[in-house]
Design a protein around this ligand. Sequence first.
Ligand code: HGY
Ligand code: MN
Ligand code: MN
Length: 448
Amino acid sequence: MPSPAEQRLATPTRSQFETAQPEAAQFEDASARVMKRAVELAACTDLEGGLQRLFCSPAMQETHRRLQGWMHAAGMATRIDAAGNLIGRRAAAAGGGRSVLIGSHLDTVVNAGRFDGTLGVLLGLGLAELCQQAGASLPVSLDVIGFSEEEGIRYQSPYIGSRALAGDLRPGDPLLERLDDGGVRLADALTHFGCDTAELNTAAYAASDVAAFIEPHIEQGPVLEEAGLPLGVVTGVAGQTRACFRFTGEMGHAGTVPMALRKDPMPAAARFIVEVEQAAKRRPGLLATVGRLELTPNVANVIPAEVAVRLDLRHIDDSERETGFVKVHRAAMQIAKQAGIGCRLEWCEQQAATVCDAGCQAILGDAIAEEGLPTHAMASGAGHDAVVMANRFPSGILFLRCAGGVSHHPDESVSQADVATALRVLWRALLKIADREPQPAGGLATRA
Ligand code: HGY
Ligand code: MN
Ligand code: MN
């Protein structure tokens, strides 16, 4: 069996086998189902009046229930793996065969839009239903994946589900000990969700079992809309550094401690946050965000004992991002020293910039071209599960235009027409990937 490196999808050859094709109307119907289900799944939320679906939450349980119902109706077998990922499988015609994985994440940010992540799972499901309707006979299995945690909201750590599928989350991993805001261990959240963390090894796909991973996802930016294009092919994903700086001082009464005697961590944290913004503005391509502060005790008339600053740093060039982090890390320590307070870097998670598999890019590009559309290659500033999956499997990302580039917001939206186009492109891409597979003994109907 070829090594993972040799498995990289070469530029695809012509199709080797005939298979029934869905009717044009079936793609339209499938796109209507995607839009309707996106509305339905947006009702699976942990948040009154908005969409928030966290790792291993009741809303995630309800989302799994509904998706499994649709998957079973499409003739798919389903399972929840030890990391809380939902997997629906349409088996290869002749059994065995490698798998084509298509999907994205089912968790969301707080007060989220209904398409970030979820759309990729619904497109994979739509493709499986089109296969069923057409009676397609493929030499590959189609595995539709709903990852359990990509955003990293509940445990401040992204890509938990995809790390398990890629074999990077094993029993005993220190991450399993991390606590959420309610003091619940990550391992206990999985256990309560019905998962057995001792089985995490079984969540991993072997590289030799996967032909490719394709992640359909909204662009979350304005480029495709400004170009007047429905779809784009992602060339690479910016690297990310996520870190937590804890500034510590002396708690005190807001009304009695003279200013000159204070050891208040808040002004220091504020100077650090301004410095983070300035450092990013000085370094082209560096994006720096402080989106979360945690104050102890977080009471208006008490000088804080501690201010935790959570930093998100990104750049398409890893050395630029790492240099930027070294500078802001140094600045944090200097600012704290000048203020006479403490500061420690509590933790830092790095995700290198990722180049999408050339073969997957070519297959998606050719599929778009066969739809009579220009092929637009573009980088992604947003992170995706594909960055983790690419460590082990040939991985590609298909971007869909989203209105105004709005995302991580209730106004996030896509058009049904673009969804239908994406389904047609994904169908073509699936056949192209299947074409690359050795035909099963006895073979399938082949082209003349
Ligand atoms: O943060 C991101 O880039 C993605 O939305 N998880
Ligand atoms: Mn997101
Ligand atoms: Mn996403």
